[in-house]
Design a protein around this ligand. Structure first.
Ligand code: CTP
Ligand code: ZN
Length: 155
């Protein structure tokens, strides 16, 4: 139960609460959502909030906005246990856990500079998901394995 003294950020009226983000990934979530200093909507970012089963988590609340499927898929790559809560008129009307896709197309840059997907060929990057948590991706063109610093490879 949240008491007045514990309250960190107020409930929101409408929008999306991105909860159970792996601690340390909130700023990458903002990047995925394209949230910058130019963003006009109200955004709350909590980092390293104590959380029962996760130890610590990050939370991002974006008011008056719902996410598109590609944004949700990309969040799954950097934080597979994230929950998306859609809020309408203060109520959680939808709650789901992000799902790691079986393959990832056009979202991540291959870490191999010589990979054909990093040349001028008109090819989208393409990875097979070998493991979900932690996420491990294998390039379909050159077999390069991406498993750390995934956020730095987002396109
Ligand atoms: N939340 C919010 N504004 C609302 C309703 C909910 O910011 N109007 C936030 C809550 O603070 C929580 C998340 O949305 O971080 C999910 O809300 P809820 O399902 O009520 O919380 P829990 O049951 O604790 O969620 P879970 O079981 O997913 O941990
Ligand atoms: Zn490659």
């Amino acid at each position: 139960m949240t008491t007045e003294r514990e309250l960190r950020v107020k409930p929101i009226v409408n929008g999306t609460v991105i909860d159970h983000i792996s601690a340390g990934q909130a700023l990458n979530v903002l990047k995925i959502l394209g949230i910058t200093s130019h963003t006009k909507s109200v955004v709350s970012v909590l980092m390293n909030v104590p959380s029962g089963h996760m130890g610590a988590k990050d939370v991002v609340k974006v008011e008056d906005r719902e996410l598109d499927p590609e944004e949700v898929e990309t969040i799954a790559l950097i934080s597979p246990k994230t929950t998306i809560n859609i809020i309408r008129n203060y109520e959680v009307v939808e709650k789901f856990r992000v799902e790691t896709p079986r393959s990832v197309v056009g979202l991540v840059r291959c870490g191999n500079p010589n990979c054909i997907s990093n040349t001028n060929e008109p090819l989208e990057s393409r990875f097979f998901v070998e493991s979900e948590d932690p996420v491990r991706l294998r390039c379909s063109y050159c077999e390069f394995v991406l498993e750390t610093e995934l956020a730095e490879h987002l396109l």
